[in-house]
Design a protein around this ligand. Structure first.
Ligand code: SAH
Length: 225
């Protein structure tokens, strides 16, 4: 899978995408992420990509011209399955959306700044608008990193234990059961006996029951769905 990210702050994306599972995905050539500085398509030699908003009011708006030129230039190299704008008024990111994106070949992600991007870019180029939650951040870079991480770990072969992503919270509409590691007794706090029983069927049943009761307690809204 290839993902292009368009931003005025490429530095903000370097670290989150160059460690741990995202690093491994790229080393294994299962995922290729390229970050592009939007100022390459600035309207003048000062690197301008934003301007005052029509109608007045505080906050700058990212201009049409640099964004349109950047999107068109990048689209010459590949056909994007989706051109995604990270925005608090978009569709809230869910495991289901991440699953769907993980089946695509080419994605372009646009990071906004200031007051956001000129609406005409949204009308004419953007095919998906994604929010990471009902709160406002100062830029789309951290949301883009979250989106890429949620997608990248689902690409087959990225996680060592191929099946492990399948058992994460939300994959089957339930939260994950509790997990434990050594020692079996820490300060008298014991690991549930069943996990030490060596009986895979019983363990699986226990985990499923735990998932259900945890979801009922912590996320009753998910049970209704
Ligand atoms: N004025 C806008 C917010 C702009 S925040 C509004 O009220 O809707 C600046 C940029 O940060 C946005 O363009 C977007 O790219 C990014 N951003 C902020 N919060 C976000 C969120 N919850 N999800 C995704 N992107 C977000």
């Amino acid at each position: 899978m290839h993902i292009d990210i368009l931003t005025v702050l490429p530095e903000l994306l370097e670290s989150p995408l160059s460690h741990s599972i995202m690093k491994r995905a790229q080393e294994k050539k299962l995922l290729n992420v390229q970050v592009h500085q939007l100022r390459q398509w600035a309207v003048n030699e000062y690197g301008q990509v934003d301007d005052y908003q029509y109608g007045g009011g505080a906050g700058m708006v990212m201009m049409c011209e640099p964004l349109a030129n950047a999107i068109e230039a990048l689209s010459k190299n590949r056909t994007y399955d989706e051109i995604i704008y990270m925005t608090p008024d978009g569709e809230k990111l869910s495991q289901k959306t991440a699953n769907q994106f993980s089946l695509k070949n080419n994605l372009l992600i646009i990071c906004g700044h200031y007051k956001g991007i000129d609406e005409r870019i949204r009308d004419h180029f953007i095919t998906k608008e994604i929010s990471i939650g009902d709160y406002v951040l100062s830029g789309g870079e951290l949301p883009a990193a979250i989106l890429v991480d949620s997608i990248g770990r689902l690409i087959p072969g990225v996680l060592n234990d191929e099946t492990s992503a399948l058992f994460d919270s939300f994959q089957d509409g339930l939260l994950s059961p509790p997990v434990y590691t050594r020692p079996a007794d820490f300060r008298g706090w014991k690991v549930p006996d069943i996990l030490l029983s060596g009986d895979p069927k019983k363990i699986e049943e226990w985990r499923h029951e735990q998932s259900i009761s945890k979801t009922q307690n912590k996320r009753p809204d998910m049970m209704e769905e």
